[in-house]
Design a protein around this ligand. Sequence first.
Ligand code: SF4
Length: 593
Amino acid sequence: MKILLVTPPLTQLNTPYPATCHLLGFLRSKSIEAEQMDLSIELVQALFTQNKLEEIFQQVAAHTKLSKQNRIILQQADFYLRTIEPVMRFLSGKDSSLAQRFSERAFWPASKRLPSDDDLEWGFGMIGNHDRATHLCTLYLKDLSDFINQTIDPHFELIRYAESLCLRLPEFEPLQAELQKPHSLIDKLMLELIAKKVTETKPEMVAFSIPFPGNLYSALRCAQWLRKEHPAIKISIGGGYVNTELRSITDPTIFDYTDYILFDDGELPLLRLLTGGELIRTLYRSSTGEIVRMNFDNKENIKFAEIGTPDYDGLLSNNYINLIELTNPMHALWSNGKWNKMMLAHGCYWGKCAFCDGSLDYIHRYESASIVLIVNRMEEIMQQTGQSGFHFVDEAAPPVLLRKLAEEIIRRKLTVSYWTNVRFEKSFTPELCYLMVQSGCIAISGGLEVASPRILELINKGITIETARESMKNFAEAGIMTHAYLMYGFPTETALETLDSLEIVRGLFEEGYIQSAFWHRYAMTIHSPSGLHPETVGAKHIETPKGSFANNEIPFTTAHEIDLEYYGKGLNLATYNYMQGVGYDKNIREWFR
Ligand code: SF4
């Protein structure tokens, strides 16, 4: 059975989302006919063209009620029509000669996002013209995206589609209602693209990999279209969103859109589906309308060493675009640069953090492969993509593996750059950090979570503030940039502990030990140790009826509840300033006024 693997819109635009590449590499290694498409970047490329913008401006011109900002954009429609294609060419690296022109502030129309000359000079200096131009083009695209969101399609955002609708969906009904509405301009464009691909590739199955809530609506819109136009094509869905949210689904309505829902790593479930073997971790609807769960708890998987090399075929001609929203170089890594994405190992070697989905396979099953095989995979991917930058998307790359990786890269005399996630543990000595830099490591990210000794212990992070600081210092002194994941609102965390945590983070920025950070609100999930045993972290579930569609977050009560919105705003405001290199001298309480 021939399969088409699809990343539905919208997700990152600078480089392919890795799931379909991993599956394609594996399926082809089993001689299965398979193709892939990144509908996300294809949609953005088709949308930001002169013709499409013209259609959008014409539709919006008929609106009677427009905000001031949208009226200004409409008045400057000629500028946007003239510049959109050169901007997209520049952002996709096809015409770098425009950098000088685009880096001039005077080139751009007035907008509330447009930074001052001083801010630009502070961010990029006198010679950073290319990044400065990328930054200004990014702000221009964000203005246009807001315009489309507010006038044409409220579901559209630059890197997510209908996310707010799908973020919390205990019942399928709101999504079902939305899917019955007429197609929006964006829907039509997306369906035209998938129609073309289906005509070209003639698949017998289309599989949508849905990583986030912001990819669910578009996957089902495409599936709905396939059902109508190509009823013989089988449809399946899987991916991160499905794995975390749909495990306890009881409403069979989603099977109006898909034939199968696949869980955890997709290699084996897809292989069985395509070759007629016994289904595994697969849900389908029986002829009598009930959901059938085939070997749902079966843990059998293809070994990490045997999944093959990710295959980028079919994505190489896409014009991925570089975006720089903030002037912070660490922050920019997520949206700027064509990173080859692969894993050094499967799962997390620690797997015990109280908030993390430790009971799910993607964290729980730690499996490594020989470093020779990993570096062979790197070399094969470099051959395919012509790019030597890697983002190792591991949950937490073990120090011992990073050491072997660095030694092997150096032994083979490869010139690469890479970045990855780690735990801030004491094994990251000055010597290991130096070795990592020599082999091409440019940045790392890791969870400091709540910088409070009591809460770190409650989280079971297995690190202390002292060891984390020491490893961050070692990274910084070796020249590796660091991003810290932070958390607020953990059960029993007091207002004072939240402020103390920010004070530690402030110090880390000021000392130059971290360059970027982000605060996530703690969410109690049903797959985490804290969700499974809330009493161990001082919390109690609030009994609520179980949803028949998505179930992941659990409401809870705890001692010392704080105003999460108020603290979240202050923490993020402070950190946003620290990332721009300002505000260190301000008393941290001032961020909460
Ligand atoms: S939070 Fe990170 S280190 Fe902790 S268990 Fe999850 S993946 Fe592992």
